[in-house]
Ligand binder design. Structure first.
Ligand code: GDP
Ligand code: MG
Length: 175
């Protein structure tokens, strides 16, 4: 961990999407390289950070997690304030969580800065046998909406690092 004066940029990123899609686990995987069997252990935490070097700049990724407010669609505008990036997560085994992505995009349009960089994440790619949302459909949707897209698994760790790094790079490109 670096001292504050050694950091070149702080990038605030919000993680959004329906309840139980794996938001908290993705965040834990990226910031601690861990998968917690008891997800509730992180309830109440506002954000987690990870510092890394990107394009020779020291960047602190400050990643905000909900404390379950998404269940009631009660995320306050303070959550989105100052966010440069968003991870919008759905579960590839739950059709409804993908159908709700449009609602989350509306929520972003209403509360976040216009220039926010959005990465759509189809989580739980380890559950291939239970897949109900095809990669092609999600890719096409993401392209239409101007979102970056990746499938990932917080459980296996597959693509998690790559997706977060891609988002950070894209943010770096627009600041
Ligand atoms: P959140 O409500 O979106 O924050 O979701 P959580 O991170 O709390 O995860 C919800 C449930 O899905 C928990 O039981 C997790 O163990 C499980 N889960 C999260 N990510 C994955 C994943 O990539 N694969 C599988 N198989 N289960 C996952
Ligand atoms: Mg959570």
């Amino acid at each position: 961990e670096w001292e504050a004066e050694e950091i070149d940029y702080v990038f605030k990123i919000v993680v959004i999407g329906d309840s139980a899609v794996g938001k908290t686990q993705l965040l834990g995987r990226f910031t601690k390289d861990e998968f917690f069997l008891d997800s509730k252990s992180t309830i109440g935490v506002e954000f987690q950070t990870r510092t890394l070097v990107l394009n020779r700049k020291r960047i602190k990724a400050q990643i905000w997690d909900t404390a379950g407010q998404e269940r009631y669609r009660a995320i306050t505008s303070a959550y989105y304030r100052g966010a440069l990036g968003a991870m919008l997560v759905y579960d590839i085994t739950k059709r409804q969580t993908f159908d709700h992505v449009v609602r989350w995009i509306d929520e972003l349009r209403a509360n976040a800065d216009n220039s926010i960089v959005v990465m759509l994440i189809g989580n739980k790619s380890d559950l291939a046998k239970s897949r109900v949302v095809s990669t092609e459909d999600a890719m096409e949707f993401a392209e239409e909406q101007g979102l970056f897209f990746s499938e990932a698994s917080a459980l296996s760790g597959d693509n998690v690092e790559t997706a977060f790094l891609r988002l950070l790079e894209e943010i770096y490109g627009v600041i």
